[in-house]
Write a protein that binds this ligand. Structure first.
Ligand code: SAH
Length: 369
């Protein structure tokens, strides 16, 4: 565990008892001094995990098609393109490249990033030099006088959860505590009544339910924002479209699963996103949110195979011009990365795509309205 986080937790447990799982996650990931995300680039082979935009340009290109199509349906307004947790800005630069092929798109777009990592902010600035772009601490600091399209890939999964369990002693929640030997352990303590409102209507005893007030508040904030500004949101993440029980809390370091209690502050802590209550909250606010789709289905609906066809043609031209080795490498990378993005046993089924929109009578591509 990160030494400063360890000292902080020891002190906190001594003074006020076991630490809620959600606090443990928030402190580990985003504490200003020692939070995992604050001062590092966690992405890529040399980092801890790889995301879809880092796997292939195909991902960002399909997201670009989704955004541009929507922008055309909205009648090509000047708009804010807001991204949460943009990482290395790879997704945004792929969107920009596609956007340059559509007259008026680049000039109409004001990019706004919400990013907690100082290290990644520097990379984002370098990558998108010359663009109309600004950084914000949160959504309320962005004006609503223009429509907005909000996106986030692998952002919802970093927002914290609580784990709850119904036992003969009532509802208990998971907390982090220390045993006699000062080792960190999970402890089940009485759950505050307020948390039960986040649970599904029918529950079973003695199994773990994960709830996320943080994701709920975040999505509520996005929905309220879009109600004022008009526009749409697209979130892509691993998770399920129907609520069910099960422990999905995980820690990843250097592309391996590790023990969260051992490595907190030095690893990514995430959990699967339960999209069902998030969409229910969106509907309560009278926004439209069609059923989520899998990442594989989404990318295919946006024309992935046509794009692969065009890139293959480009590689074949390279071959004809004598660049055989380069073209073969390009073709094999193309095949393996598209497989990784869409195959059911890779990212294709596990990752889901959620969209919601307000103020425009649009039909987002890839979803059944
Ligand atoms: N979207 C990128 C990166 C995903 S990793 C991609 O797909 O490659 C999660 C991203 O969210 C990182 O950029 C991380 O620094 C950022 N992040 C984590 N917690 C955050 C928070 N509370 N607010 C804003 N950004 C956050």
């Amino acid at each position: 565990m990160h030494k400063k986080l360890e000292a902080f937790l020891t002190d906190r447990i001594r003074n006020s008892g076991p630490v809620d799982l959600s606090d443990f996650i928030d402190l580990s990931l985003t504490h200003p001094q020692f939070g995992y995300y604050r001062h590092r680039d966690p992405l890529g082979c040399a980092g801890d995990f790889t995301t879809a935009p880092e796997v292939s340009q195909l991902f960002g290109e399909m997201v670009a098609v989704w955004i541009i199509d929507l922008w055309i349906q909205m009648d090509r307004p000047a708009f804010n393109l807001i991204e949460f947790g943009p990482g290395r800005a790879t997704l945004m630069s792929d969107i920009q490249r596609v956007g340059r092929g559509f007259q008026g798109f680049t000039d109409a777009t004001h990019i706004r990033f919400i990013e907690v990592s100082e290290t990644l902010k520097i990379q984002q600035k370098e990558k998108l030099q010359g663009s109309q772009i600004s950084w914000h601490d949160d959504l309320p600091s962005i004006p609503t006088d223009q429509p907005a399209i909000i996106i986030g890939n692998e952002f919802l999964d970093v927002l914290s959860i609580e784990q709850l369990k119904r036992t003969e002693k009532g509802w208990l929640k998971c907390a982090v505590n220390q045993d006699k030997n000062h080792r960190y352990v999970y402890d089940w303590v009485k759950a505050d009544d307020g948390l039960q409102g986040y649970l599904p209507n029918h529950t079973v005893s003695n199994v773990v339910y994960e709830i996320s007030p943080a994701r709920f508040n975040f999505i509520d904030e996005c929905a309220q924002f879009l109600k004022q500004s008009g526009g749409a949101a697209l979130f892509i993440d691993y998770g399920h479209v129907r609520s069910h029980f099960g422990d999905t809390f995980q820690a990843i370091r250097k592309h391996q699963f590790v023990d969260p209690l051992e490595e907190a502050g030095l690893c990514d802590l995430t959990s699967h996103v339960d999209f069902e209550p998030l969409r229910a909250a969106i509907h309560e606010l009278d926004l439209k949110s069609p059923e989520c789709v899998t990442q594989g289905a989404f990318l295919n609906a946006l024309g992935l195979s046509q794009r692969i066809g065009a890139l293959q043609e480009y590689a074949n031209k390279m071959k004809a011009e004598g660049q055989v080795e380069k073209a073969d490498k390009f073709l094999s990378d193309l095949e393996s990365s598209s497989h990784r993005l869409t195959a059911a046993d890779q990212m294709g089924d596990l990752f889901k795509v959620m969209c919601f929109y307000a103020g425009y009578d649009v039909k987002p591509v890839g979803f059944d309205a």
